[in-house]
Design a protein around this ligand. Structure first.
Ligand code: UD1
Ligand code: UDP
Length: 751
């Protein structure tokens, strides 16, 4: 090759690389603007946040800019030996195939284009290439002869090659940097082969442009990716790879003309062939996406995205070198090279197994997470869990040695979203399981399966669950099934009555059996765990995270924006009430509402504010009994900030809620608990909470006493706080770091 040709190649490479690197950020901005985002919705998606997905437009632009500059301004010979390439046809095909991909990427609402439409576009593009002159003219059958192809066969085989390679690259595009990096390595191998076999300058320019574009794009696409290439990128890449490999081998009449490009692209080609066979064998459509690709399997083996991608880069490089050795020397040398590689791979497998995090003993885990970072995944689904987990998320996110993953089951939908919004938290995974009037079996089965799949994808070192909901229990089960450690926040609460609260008492007992780390809010909770033979070393008294939340939400000068609350005179006797428990549904809830009605009708200057839980079984009874009373305000569930400030401004609280029994005492508000027992005896002992049950007369009597007897009120309204000092989250995070060896100091219990 002449020095001029080297210089042209270098210039093409540099222009493509630099222009792609400059243009990729613009493609990201454009993706946000036009909504071309890849939102992770199913378990095939390894990424957890919405991602721009038209990054391919940048390297397409880089490729076009560099090659057009070269072809227009530098005198490059256009012939590919006997193939006369009409560049306009080649570019037209490239633009058509990229456009098909682009339309697929931007058409996010209708789940992209139909597979048949995409295929049709790819075939049209391939035909443009054929008619531009770039086509397969010969075919070599191993150990037989070289056959010249007639026009029809030549067109069919060329179109098949283009469509096949395009779809193979498309399928490979499943991990950050995988398709772009593997393609770059394949292109580099092709470049070496073409230089060695004296391929025409026009092909070298195209290959150098492709390589430059890919390398300019890779820093944005490698893990953690800032953008995906999208179908626009993978379609274009497949098309150009198919084209250049065909053009570059045009001069070679031997078997190598077919074998070398196939070897260089062996990874995407065989992964696709295996996918087709797999889908046929399992009776699925060959177009149906699945999670069985090589890269998925590596991730399922326990490798991080980065590790899986690097392994596949190495495999592609190995195939590339094999192809070069095969072309330059004998088949025996090439096989010898393969044997050496196989031995190295077997050796590397041991390391891969060591790096696998699944089910490792705790003392090893600290060495293994993402670059030495610990992966902590929080799972929750209902309003109270969210209120108590959000401060913990914020605390975890402050630590540089921790990767925080948030998975919500959305056992509650609207009531959960209200909390996420208040704390400004966007979950990484949302299972969206809520159904109207859902059953415990529905919640359990959906959470179990959904969380298990997320765990497989995310490979956390520990899963944190909270309290006692069915989400809590099923998420802990899922983590156990995946042999991942479980940390139980708000552990050790008990009534010792299996059916009350139902199903919470059983949920928390099950989680106790599964968990590895226990964050008990109070000493009493710790003692309950010790009674169940939990190892004391694994229990931390942390306080309740809800007190951490209260520190940020309550403001003495808070002004309500809610239209009903703006009309309330807080100098009156304001009762804040909630009721939702499963065991209270039906007659107990009816009796509670009748009691409230009597209180509202008989006591002077009373205002009752009742944000009614969205459960239809609660809504029906509350409205049936309490509608029409001027001083009873049935409103929709409130956001957590409004609620905490409303409790702070109320006179007394009537509730069957667990969380409110913790919040109201620390705000100095007497609480009458509308249940027959409580797992939170601390505030009862302190004298600010009284368990009154669901009997109508008892509720009326106790509430009347509090609202009319100032001595009784004063006695109960002392602010006491048995539930913590507002530093529970810090203690929990430090306890986790200690457990995984990230700190040598065991955090002190709350005194
Ligand atoms: C759940 C928990 C309970 C916790 C309570 C906090 C279980 C079995 N129960 O009870 O421990 O104290 O949350 O509030 O885990 N709904 C909506 N939108 C929402 C939320 C609920 O429409 O945002 C309706 C739905 O119809 C749903 C029903 O409420 O089916 C009941 O929700 P569910 O989570 O099953 O029970 P909760 O009584 O809320
Ligand atoms: N809460 C809220 N909006 C409301 C009612 C309650 O944000 O309209 C908050 C309340 O401050 C407490 C939590 O929800 O932090 C309690 O939730 P819930 O009563 O649903 O569940 P429990 O605590 O009984 O499990």
């Amino acid at each position: 090759m002449s020095s001029n040709e080297w210089l042209n190649m270098l210039m093409t490479f540099v222009i493509a690389c630099v222009s792609t690197a400059i243009l990729t950020p613009f493609s990201i901005r454009l993706a946000y603007r036009i909504g071309a985002m890849d939102v992770p919705k199913d378990k095939r998606k390894i990424h957890s946040k919405p991602m721009p997905r038209i990054g391919g437009t940048a390297f397409i632009a880089g490729f076009l800019i560099s090659t057009l500059i070269m072809f227009l301004f530098c005198n490059i010979d256009r012939s590919v030996n006997f193939l006369e390439i009409d560049l306009i046809g080649f570019y037209l095909g490239a633009i058509i195939i990229a456009l098909v991909g682009f339309l697929d990427d931007v058409n996010t609402k209708e789940k992209g284009l139909k597979p048949t439409t995409k295929l049709f576009g790819q075939i049209i593009a391939a035909l443009c290439m054929v008619f531009s002159g770039a086509r397969i003219l010969y075919i070599n059958i191993p150990f037989l002869e070289t056959y010249g192809l007639n026009d029809i066969l030549s067109i069919i085989i060329t179109v098949g090659w283009v469509v096949g390679v395009t779809n193979a690259i498309n399928l490979l595009d499943g991990l950050d940097g995988l398709a772009s990096g593997v393609s770059a390595i394949a292109v580099l191998s092709l470049l070496a082969i073409f230089i060695l076999n004296g391929t025409a300058p026009i092909v070298l320019i195209l290959v150098a442009a492709l390589l430059g574009g890919l390398l300019g794009f890779l820093p944005y696409n490698f893990n953690p990716a800032k953008t995906f290439m999208g179908d626009v990128g993978s379609n274009f890449l497949g098309y150009t790879l198919a084209a250049v490999s065909m053009m570059g081998m045009a001069k070679t009449y031997t078997l190598m003309a077919i074998i070398l490009p196939v070897i260089v692209l062996a990874l995407p080609i065989f992964d696709t062939l295996f996918a087709i066979v797999r889908r046929i064998l399992s009776g699925k459509s060959i177009m149906e996406a699945d999670r069985g690709h090589l890269h998925h399997r590596l991730v399922d083996l326990g490798l991080s995205q980065k590790q899986a991608v690097l392994v596949l880069y190495a495999v592609t490089a190995m195939f590339g070198i094999f192809a070069i050795v095969l072309m330059e020397s004998s088949i025996w040398k090439a096989i010898g090279f393969l044997v050496i590689m196989a031995i190295l791979v077997l050796f590397e497998r041991r390391n891969i197994r060591i790096r696998n995090r699944k089910g490792l003993p705790k003392e090893q885990v600290k060495n293994l997470s993402d670059g030495g970072k610990l992966r902590v995944m929080l799972v929750f689904g209902t309003r109270p869990e969210a209120i108590k987990m959000c401060p913990l998320i914020l605390e975890l996110k402050k630590r540089e040695d921790i990767v925080t993953i948030v998975c919500v089951t959305a056992q509650h939908r609207e009531m959960l979203d209200q909390v996420l919004e208040a704390f400004n938290i966007v979950p990484d995974h949302d299972l969206n399981i809520m159904k109207a009037k859902q059953t415990l079996t529905h919640i359990t089965s959906e959470v179990l399966k959904g969380v298990y799949d997320v765990i497989q994808e995310e490979r956390p070192d520990i899963v944190l669950v909270h309290g006692d909901t069915t989400t809590t229990m099923a998420a802990a089960e899922a983590a156990f099934a995946a042999k991942v450690k479980v940390g139980h926040v708000e552990a050790g609460l008990r009534t010792y009555d299996k059916y009350s609260p139902f199903p919470e008492e059983m949920n928390r007992k099950i989680v106790t059996q599964i968990a590895d780390l226990f964050f008990a809010p109070t000493e009493n909770n710790k003692n309950n765990l010790l009674k169940e033979a939990i190892n004391e070393d694994e229990i931390y008294i942390t306080g309740n995270t809800v007190i951490d939340a209260l520190k940020t939400t309550v403001k003495e000068d808070y002004k309500f924006t809610h239209p009903v609350l703006q009309t309330i005179d807080f100098d009156k006797k304001v009762i804040f009430m909630t009721a939702h428990r499963r065991e209270n549904l039906g007659k107990p809830l009816h009796d509670i509402c009748e009691a409230v009605k009597e209180i509202a009708e008989t006591i002077e200057d009373v205002e009752v504010i009742y944000p009614v839980h969205l459960n239809p079984a609660v809504q029906e009874v509350a409205h049936e009994v309490l509608d029409g009373l001027d001083n009873v305000h049935l409103i929709e569930p409130l956001d957590v900030i409004t609620t905490h400030n409303l409790i702070n401004k109320s006179t007394i609280v009537l509730t069957d809620s667990g969380g409110i029994q913790e919040e109201a005492p620390s705000l100095g508000k007497p609480v009458l608990v509308l249940r027959n027992e409580t797992e939170r005896p601390e505030a009862v002992t302190a004298g600010t909470v009284k368990v009154v049950g669901t009997d109508k007369d008892t509720i009326v009597r106790e509430a009347t006493k509090l609202l009319t007897d100032s001595y009784a009120y004063e006695k109960m309204s002392k602010a006491t706080n048995p539930y913590g000092d507002g530093n529970a989250c810090d203690r929990i995070v430090e306890a986790i770091r200690y457990y995984f060896g990230l700190t040598k100091k065991r955090v002190k219990d709350l005194k």
